[in-house]
Unconditional design. Structure first.
Length: 168
């Protein structure tokens, strides 16, 4: 299962990079709106907390140990949190920069810079949610593959019967 370990490391690196990008872009906005009430910036504070938690967990779980696959429930919860952050930011943008995934007219500098930053923030939040979800699915696959059911014999010679084969 070396491929699963390598794929898990690639996912963790992507999760780390995407969370760092979202933390940077959202932090830049929070710094610009420093005097505003926390209630008005609640969705951005939530996104920043999710990004910080994702950075921490991605660093901790980056190393390829078989125990890193048993964290799939936490991966799934973080994925849901990222999808919520994605939805909150899309709702806040409310079409002000056009369709969320329409990248036409977005420039690196000049007039479209603000829309480009928001669309990048939203896109990387979505990509992070997808990576965490795939990481959870990989964890479910690994755990299911490496654990025997409770009714397995104690001899250690248990082979899982395929769902399409009958006992007859």
């Amino acid at each position: 299962m070396i491929l699963a370990d390598i794929f898990s490391m690639i996912l963790r690196l992507a999760e780390l990079a995407f969370a760092a990008i979202v933390a940077g872009l959202t932090g830049k906005y929070l710094h610009a709106t420093e005097g505003t009430s926390a209630w008005d910036n609640g969705r951005f504070i939530y996104t920043e907390v999710v990004a910080g938690l994702s950075i921490l967990l991605a660093i901790i779980w980056l190393f390829p140990f078989s125990g890193s696959f048993i964290h799939w429930p936490a991966d799934f919860i973080i994925s849901v949190m990222w999808f919520v952050a994605f939805g909150l930011m899309v709702n806040w943008l409310n079409g002000a920069c056009g369709y969320v995934f329409d990248w036409n007219g977005v420039a690196l500098s000049g007039r479209g810079q603000t829309c480009g930053e928001w669309k990048a923030d939203i896109a990387f939040a979505f990509l992070s949610a997808i990576c965490w979800l795939v990481s959870a699915l990989l964890g479910i696959y690994w755990v299911r593959r490496h654990t025997a059911p409770a009714h397995a014999p104690a001899t250690g010679t248990y082979h899982r019967r395929r769902w399409y084969r009958s006992r007859v």
